[in-house]
Design a protein around this ligand. Structure first.
Ligand code: SF4
Length: 107
């Protein structure tokens, strides 16, 4: 395996085919089937073979956190701290509402 290669799993479906992801010097991503993987033995279906198109197309990818302060507001860029704090607050309020004020803990 070359230095810029990573073995991972195709994320398109539950079969879990092994893939090798490579990057060229321009940061373009390429995908190949992992010949050593017991599930697919190097083979990929048409979705898996075209995974790199999805990874390389950043035209509609959100690259930073965004929030809207109400349904009538447009989305605004926020810091990761703000986004994570608000998502924690929303989870807490959701649990509190759903479970009638009782907080549940897992052991
Ligand atoms: S390569 Fe095809 S069959 Fe394999 S996990 Fe990806 S989508 Fe599923």
């Amino acid at each position: 395996m070359m230095k810029n290669e990573i073995k991972t799993t195709c994320s398109y479906c539950g079969v879990g085919c092994g893939i090798i992801v490579k990057k060229d010097i321009n940061n373009k991503v390429f995908v190949a089937g992992d010949k050593d993987h017991p599930v697919n033995k190097g083979m990929l279906c048409s979705k898996g073979m075209n995974l790199h198109y999805v990874a390389n197309d950043t035209s509609d990818r959100i690259l930073y956190p965004e929030m809207r302060w109400s349904r009538s507001h447009p989305r605004e860029r926020v810091s990761w701290d703000t986004a994570l704090t608000w998502s924690r607050c929303c989870c807490f309020l959701c649990f509190r509402t759903k479970f009638n004020g009782r907080i549940l803990y897992r052991k």
